[in-house]
Ligand binder design. Structure first.
Ligand SMILES: Cc1cc2nc3c(=O)[nH]c(=O)nc-3n(C[C@H](O)[C@H](O)[C@H](O)COP(=O)(O)OP(=O)(O)OC[C@H]3O[C@@H](n4cnc5c(N)ncnc54)[C@H](O)[C@@H]3O)c2cc1C
Length: 476
């Protein structure tokens, strides 16, 4: 069964029979849905999909795989954007899905926590905790499909990181099946726990390379009862950052979203999703979507209006719309949230999920455009994202009427130009999507050597057989 190319064995019929005997009815052939991903860049390879119903069953799968030295690719909602959930071989692994472990075990309003199984879908967690007047403030366009195990494994971000932090900041405890099949029960609900190395933070963002997350204790917050949403036309990223500071001065830490959008994204939207109404009569070159929220007496709309008036007096605001109803607020968000879908319909030549210090965003945008144009002036750029976090999705598209396939040979050059610029500005080449299989080379190229050495040592210590998500984060 051994495949000498990487020391792992392929999951052959004999191994699959053993799995089926140990977990009757849990092992099936992989359908296309498990082997493809949103951007169509990767087609996965798997001998079977295993769907355990409990942590104990999950541990059994891992022990059997460790015994046979078969690779395991953890799988949650399949919405990852860096190929982490799509195995590539050469040895054929198994996909292990947490979808049958999707219970919301408890919502506890005294401790302000929810305990969930790893397969719980994010939007269902939102609904369940809202029934208790609480918020789980992790908010992203894939929330209808992404599951908490995958969201924690990738340390997902989204549109409310500015106020509430990323998945890491919203998790108090974890349960994980380690690479040897032992179970680490770390489902604590403590705000303070200084008892040595924090395994929770090691597992969060490890993208399935150290173990399989089977459960989590999530931090809840009170639901803001008074919110206000505005769509604001600004001259550019510099003005947008200055406006963020004005809004902050007036509304403090009540800002939950500050999203930048470029006209290119609005044009893709108009072309490919015309059913999404665009609130501005003329599509602005740059705009920001702002959301603020507070308690009952917070007067959010009035205070946001004042801040925007000050912004206009300072020449930062060209035009502003403040939502007058929940429906209007939803319509503003629809614009922002459908940009990724419109992008996918156009088909990017190269996508970049980057972050730089917030103050460096204008320089990044100013230098990025000419650098891409120097490769090919017909390329189009759609820059949008979480400006308050210095995180932009900086995606490069073909000229109108051409396809991404026509630019395939320029893709690595485009990526290198963008990532070199990010690195020069002290940024990160993966702000929120992770490394997966797509950015393994970038991790090697841009990481501090001491960090890489420590990462390899951790991997070797916790997964000495190398069975956990082979080929993700590190070369296979
Ligand atoms: C339309 C769209 C919008 C998006 N917007 C954002 C955004 O704003 N911010 C953001 O951060 N991301 C975003 N993403 C990316 C994606 O939703 C996140 O990466 C998400 O966290 C992945 O969750 P998932 O359940 O789909 O995991 P999967 O795709 O199934 O897996 C992702 C990775 O985690 C590993 N994994 C899965 N489950 C486990 C587990 N139980 N234990 C250990 N490892 C596991 C997998 O092996 C893989 O490496 C977006 C994706 C789409 C399609």
């Amino acid at each position: 069964m051994r495949d000498d190319t990487d020391g792992l064995a392929s999951a052959g019929p004999e191994f699959l029979n053993r799995l089926e005997a140990a977990l009757p009815g849990r092992v099936t052939a992989p359908t296309d849905a498990y082997l493809t991903e949103a951007r169509g860049r990767y087609t996965g390879l798997a001998a079977a999909v295993v769907r355990p119903h409990s942590t104990e069953e999950m541990a059994r799968v891992v022990r059997l795989a460790a015994e046979a030295r078969v690779g395991i690719v953890p799988y949650a909602g399949g919405t990852g954007l860096v190929g982490g959930q799509t195995a590539q071989g050469p040895a054929v692994p198994i996909l292990v899905s947490v979808e049958k472990m999707d219970r919301i075990v408890e919502v506890n309003t005294a401790d302000n926590v929810a305990q969930v199984e790893a397969g719980a879908i994010l939007s269902i967690i939102h609904d369940k905790v809202e029934d208790h007047d609480r918020l789980f403030p992790l908010w992203l366009a894939s929330q209808g499909s992404a599951r908490i195990g995958g969201l924690l494994a990738t340390n997902a971000g989204g549109v409310q990181v500015l106020r509430y932090g990323s998945a890491r900041d919203l998790c108090l405890g974890l349960e994980v099946v380690m690479a040897d099949g032992t179970v680490w029960n770390g489902l604590k609900r403590l705000r303070k726990d200084n008892t040595g190395y924090d395994l929770r933070h090691l597992m969060i963002g490890s993208e399935g390379t150290l173990g399989i997350i089977t459960g989590a204790t999530l931090k809840l917050t009170p639901k803001p009862v008074d919110t206000a949403t505005a769509l604001v036309s600004v001259a550019g990223p510099q003005a947008a950052i200055a406006l963020l500071n004005v809004v902050r001065a007036h509304l403090g830490e009540t800002i939950s979203a500050f999203e930048l959008m470029h006209r290119q994204g609005l044009e893709f939207l108009a072309e490919h999703l015309p059913q999404i109404a665009q609130p501005f009569a003329h599509r602005p070159e740059w705009s920001v979507l702002i959301e603020v929220g507070g308690g009952a007496e917070a007067r959010m709309q009035e205070r946001l209006e004042t801040a925007l008036m000050v912004g206009a007096e300072e020449g930062l605001v060209s035009d502003a719309l403040i939502a007058q109803s929940d429906t209007q607020s939803r319509a503003f968000w629809d614009v922002r949230e459908h940009i990724p879908e419109a992008n996918r319909k156009v088909g990017a030549v190269s996508n970049h999920d980057i972050s730089v210090p917030v103050s460096a965003v204008p320089e990044f945008v100013e230098r990025g455009g000419p650098a891409i144009a120097a490769i090919d002036p017909s390329l189009r750029i759609n820059a949008f994202g979480h400006l308050g976090d210095g995180n932009l999705h900086y995606n490069v598209f073909p000229a109108p009427g051409r396809t991404r396939a026509e630019y395939e040979e320029r893709r690595s050059e485009i990526k290198a130009v963008v990532h070199d610029l990010v690195h020069a500005l002290g940024g990160s080449v993966s702000a929120e999507h992770g490394i997966g299989r797509m950015k393994v080379d970038d991790l090697e190229r841009y990481s501090d050597p001491a960090k890489l050495t420590a990462m390899r040592a951790i991997k070797a210590a916790l997964d000495p057989l190398g069975i956990m998500n082979p080929g993700a984060l590190f070369r296979g």
